[in-house]
Design a binder for this molecule. Structure first.
Ligand code: BES
Ligand code: ZN
Ligand code: MN
Length: 493
């Protein structure tokens, strides 16, 4: 899809569908609404007056052949309360317009950006949203493609905004939007196709194209290094494990320049291993690499955006299956950091691969850690599918993440990490065991990771529950969400 800014009046936009946002509490006297009414034969005003269209958030009304306009269709798009309007909302509205256009078979869309926010920011998030909404996970449908893609998406403004500035902002939005869709493709891909090997290949090809340095550590190297908690998870599978390392050298101004490591759980399929999961919904565990996909997407976007900050991305990629070679409950392994782990439950595998990845990141000089993982069902019990869980020892970054979500739309809520929780991981035979009791499961999982981050400032995002949507949204197809890409980019750009 081509996205561009054009400086023309929306009356003159030659397109198949023109999206016009109306806020729930818009006054009939609103000057811009009055202009629209005068042009469109007073239809919007009468629809609002009769209540046929209420302008509630994401509600739409499609008018064919609107009077006085070049557009073939006018989409009245409910913006919800004006007071709640912000960049996160605008992104969704732009996505909604793309999805409505797809549904109506409209291939050339124009979207009038509402007034009130900085135009460049608007253009950036609208481009992100347009790409997000236009995405449909139908790669494996051979003929039954329900809707057709939007080909052209034009952003318009009633007033203000400089053309070059807006074009640059759209460019940024496209970078982040396509990186998010890449992450969604990876998480939607079935596990027979997206194996650790395939994930590594994609990281190499896409990463290098974006200007990243990419290395892949193979099993032998990991054995030599002693990454035994990572290797323990992949033992049961015939698919070899990969540790994907992505690098943005950035500008190292002094010895003190921080090196941020982004770590993403890359379990391409999580059957639970010997601690086998029940069959119901097990297919969703093809998305247990969503954290890794978010890290890959974010690193690609950061490289393309030309960030000056040194960053490394680490994606431990494995498949967790039972077999005669698989790790068994009760097994003890020695991690890269040297701490020994009693593996009580082989289904608590994400923390095992991340433990070694964290130790390795620190060995490579990382001074700040951010991990993203579909780590626990417990975080879904705690926060549902609205907020990701965030925990960690780097309170400054946690605070930034909390406020950034008004821009990124990726909500997260902090859970505590009191030292009392550590007692739950006391092992009789090793330094630590990999699971605690059911209660507080998201926290004890994080507590386990903290053991390997030690004194390196660290943030953990538990995105189980946020990685997949079970229903379509007005602005998004169902399936993988790409959650985390925008958050990580916003943090480091
Ligand atoms: N990948 C799962 C967590 C998960 C559950 C993600 C549901 C998305 C949706 C993780 O590896 C896991 O199995 N966690 C266990 C931990 C338990 C054994 C301590 C869980 O949450 O049940
Ligand atoms: Zn898992
Ligand atoms: Mn598991």
């Amino acid at each position: 899809m081509r996205i561009e800014y054009r400086s023309l009046h929306y009356f003159d936009a030659d397109c198949d569908l023109l999206a016009y946002v109306i806020f729930e509490d818009a006054k009939p006297k609103d000057a811009s609404l009055q202009r629209l009414n005068r042009k469109a034969g007073n239809l919007p005003a009468s629809l609002l007056a009769t209540g046929e269209f209420k302008a509630e958030l994401h509600k739409t009304f499609l008018l064919h052949r609107p009077a006085g306009m070049k557009a073939r269709n006018l989409l009245l798009l409910g913006g919800g309360p004006r007071q709640e309007f912000g960049l996160a909302r605008l992104r969704e509205l732009a996505g909604n317009a793309a999805r409505n256009a797809r549904r109506a078979g409209c291939r050339r869309v124009a979207f009038l950006l509402p007034q009130g926010l900085p135009p460049a920011d608007c253009a950036r998030v609208a481009a992100e949203g347009a790409l997000y909404g236009n995405y449909e996970p139908d790669a494996y449908k051979t003929n039954d493609k329900k809707t057709r893609e939007v080909e052209e998406y034009v952003l318009l403004l009633e007033k203000g905004g400089k053309a070059e500035e807006l074009a640059a902002a759209i460019g940024k939005g496209c970078i982040v939007g396509s990186a998010t869709n890449l992450a969604r493709n990876l998480a939607n891909d079935p596990a027979n196709i997206l194996t650790p090997t395939r994930l590594a290949e994609i990281a190499v090809v896409e990463g290098r194209q974006a200007g990243l340095k990419v290395e892949v550590l193979e099993r032998e190297e990991m054995e030599k290094l002693g990454m035994n908690t990572l290797l323990a998870v992949s033992r049961g599978s015939d698919e070899p494990p990969k540790l994907i390392v992505l690098e943005i050298p950035g500008e190292k101004k002094s010895q003190k320049t921080p090196l941020v490591a982004l770590l993403g759980k890359g379990v391409t399929f999580d059957s639970g291993g010997i601690s086998l999961k029940p069959g119901e919904k097990m297919e969703e565990m093809k998305a247990d690499m969503a954290g890794g996909a978010a890290v890959l997407g974010a690193m690609i976007a950061l490289a393309r955006l030309g960030t000056k900050k040194p960053v490394i991305g680490l994606i431990p990629a494995v498949e967790n299956l039972p077999s005669g070679k698989a790790t068994k409950p009760g097994d003890v392994v020695k991690s890269l950091l040297g701490k020994t782990v009693e593996i009580i439950n082989t289904d608590a595998e994400g923390r095992l691969i991340l433990a070694d990845a964290i130790a390795y990141a620190r060995r490579r000089g990382a001074t700040q850690l951010v991990d993203v993982a579909t780590l626990t069902g417990a975080v879904i019990i705690a926060l549902g599918k609205v907020n990701a869980g965030m925990m960690g020892t780097d309170q400054k970054t946690l605070d930034r993440l909390r406020t950034n979500c008004s821009i990124t739309g990726e909500k997260m809520w902090q859970l505590p990490l009191d030292k009392e929780y550590r007692k739950e991981l006391e092992s009789e035979v090793a330094d630590i065991k990999n699971v605690g009791p059911r209660w507080g499961g998201a926290i004890t999982a994080a507590k386990f990771l903290e053991e390997f981050a030690e004194d390196t400032p660290w943030v953990h995002l538990d995105i189980a529950g946020m990685d997949l949507d079970h229903d379509e949204r007005p602005y998004a197809a169902k399936g993988a969400t790409g959650f985390g890409v925008r958050t990580l980019v916003q943090l480091l750009v």
